[in-house]
Structure formats: C-alpha cells, structure tokens
Design a protein around this ligand. Sequence first.
Ligand code: PMP
Ligand code: GLN
Length: 387
Amino acid sequence: MKTGNRILSGYGTTVFEVFSRLAAEHGSINLGQGFPDDRGPPEVLDEAIRALRDDSNQYPSMMGTPALRQALAAHAQRFYGLDVDWQREVMVTSGATEALAACLLGLIEPGDEVVLFEPLYDSYLPIILLAGGIPRLVTLRPPAWSFSRDDLAAAFSPKTKLVLINDPLNPAAKVFSADELALIAEFVLACDAYAICDEVYEHIVFDGRRHIPLMTLPGMRERCLKIGSAGKTFSLTGWKVGYITAAPALLQPVAKAHQFLTFTTPPNLQSAVAFGLGLETGYFTGLAAAMQAKRDRLGAGLERAGLTVLPSAGSYFIIADYGATGFEGDDVAFCRAITIEAGVTAIPVSAFYAGSGSSRCVRFCFCKRDDMLDEASSRLARHFSRR
Ligand code: PMP
Ligand code: GLN
C-alpha cells in the first residue's frame, strides 16, 4: 500500500484530543483542552437561532457576510483605532485554525523561511511544512518566556517570508510587551517580511493590561495579518468562526487558499457573531474580569496543592511547575498520573515545543465553573498530601 502524506503521517493525534479522551476514560476533571463550560452570551445564541430560522441557509459570500465584515471593521476601530475597509480588508474563516492555514498556504512558497516562537500552538508547524516553508524557531523558556535582539537576529534573515506570533501566547500566558513588539516590527521591516498575528485571546488579558495588535505599530499596517476567533471572544469554541484582517495585497492570496479549504462559514453563526461584536464594551471587559477571577481561584488552589504557579497575563491558561511535589517523571507522565490517580487533567508543556521541551511544566485551563476549579484543586491537594 502506498502511504499517506509523509509530513502528516509523522504526527500523532493532537495532545488536546489525547488528553480529553484520557480524561473522559477516567472521569477526571478536564483542565486540559481549552474550552469554557460557560454557554456563551444568551443574546448571541438567540441571534444564531433567529438567523437559522429566518434567514438564508445557503452559501454566504466566501469573504463572509457583509454584516460580520462590517462588525469586524467597527470592532477594529473601537478597540484599536484601526481604520479597516470591510469590503477589501476582512475575511471570515471557519475558526482561527482555518485562518492560520489559509494565511500560511496563501503566502508561503517552498523554501521561504518562517520565524516562530516556541512554545507554539500545535497546528502551526505541520501547515508550514506542508507549504514547503522552513521553520526558524525562537525558543522561549519558563518562567520568563523572554527573548533578546540576538535571538531574533539568529532566526530572521533575508530569506524570512514571515513571522508568526501568538499574543497572548498559548500556553505560556505571556502578553508581549510594547518593547518586544517594537523589536519584532524592526526585524519584519528590515527583512521585508510579513507577520501573521494569532490574537485569538485578544480580549482575555489581565491586571489592567491592554492588548496591542502588532498591526498598530509604525510600518506594520500593510505587513500584518491579524487573526481573531469568536470561539474565544464569546466562549463558543465549537462554532469555529474566525476572521482575518489584512491589507488587500496580503488578503488576496490568503483568500485564494480559503476558497479551496472551506470556502465559507455557516451564515447563522456569522450573524450571531456580528451581533456579539456589537455588544457594549462592558461585555468584553467583563469577560477578561471573569477569567482573571478564575485564574486567581485556580492559581491559589494549585499553590495550596503544592505546585508552583507561573504568572498568567492573558489567555485561558496558567502554567504550573510540579518540581516541588517530588514527582520524578516528565511532564507527559505527570499529566497521565494526575488524570488517572488524582482525577484532574492538564496538558504537558513539552507538547508545545518542536525540539526538547521544557521540564516539569504543565498547563491548566481555568475557563471552567468555580466549583470545578475548587474540586480540581482539592483533588490535587489530597493526592499530593498522600504521596
Ligand atoms: N490559536 C491558538 C493560540 C489557540 O489557542 C486556538 C484554539 N484554541 C486556535 C488558534 C484555534 O482557534 P479556533 O478554535 O477558532 O480555530
Ligand atoms: N486551543 C485549544 C487549547 O489550546 C485546543 C483546540 C484544539 O483542541 N485543537 O487547548
């Protein structure tokens, strides 16, 4: 038998699926895969139901419905002061995952170099390799997750086609500082490159921080493709509605890829997301405040259980170092052990590294009901006090 695609055959099932299945098998509290158990804003759900019943259910425009593209342009103006032409600079995709694939497949030519920061989200590397790109990694390590000018100088070159950044960064829960973004922008300009900005957690930043899209920095408006996800912004991850904002010259090749990937996205979900993006600013600040309270709740619980918690500046996630528990194995073994023996599931941070991963760090997801967070903390405390 001839084999399937060699690049994809080299990958196993994604770590999120693996640990969600293990959690289900053992009835453990799943703080692994990042999805909220909140049901999402009721008025957004109502609008989806209305649109499903009353509006067209045929293919919408491949670029997205006018209502959603207009809402995205208004959102970019309201939150970032960006002037966006909804007809030429916005495209709706089936989740940020598809947006990422469309950007990478639409822009990379075989042999192009792509700069990435690891830890990295699992879909980035396989798509870059499928497109024939050559990854150049900048490795960030806990607890600081910092990088220097020299690190960027070692990764960028005249062959750099683009850099891919994820800000806030999953799983590190790092928010890039204005200085770090300025440094990246400097290299993008010097190398005549583009930047794909995975900003799915743009509204989930904590402690009074402000999310700064790289696109808003001098010289970056024409070079960035900004990706967002309604899944994160409205706690509706199963909807898979994503979006890309970019200058027309960048969006055009990406639209060519999108038309052959999914072509379009369900129209009723687009209507509901358009409605959601128009909600009062209090909705968006409320989301961040609610997530921050959950971060604090789980963080305190993990500390009580004997783990050492790292700062979390944004996203759904908090990283914990299990060194002080005395557990001897690697992070994969730790996540398996706490799933099976303690009834709590987390994700090993090494899964986000292409090469050798970081030691003793695991990722917990806190976008869950408070009673679940408390029960998870108690289970871990009981488990480690017995050891
Ligand atoms: N990028 C990052 C960093 C993510 O954490 C996720 C998802 N969870 C995605 C992209 C994918 O988003 P979506 O579900 O909208 O495809
Ligand atoms: N982004 C989610 C996470 O990091 C998972 C999405 C997925 O399962 N592909 O947990």
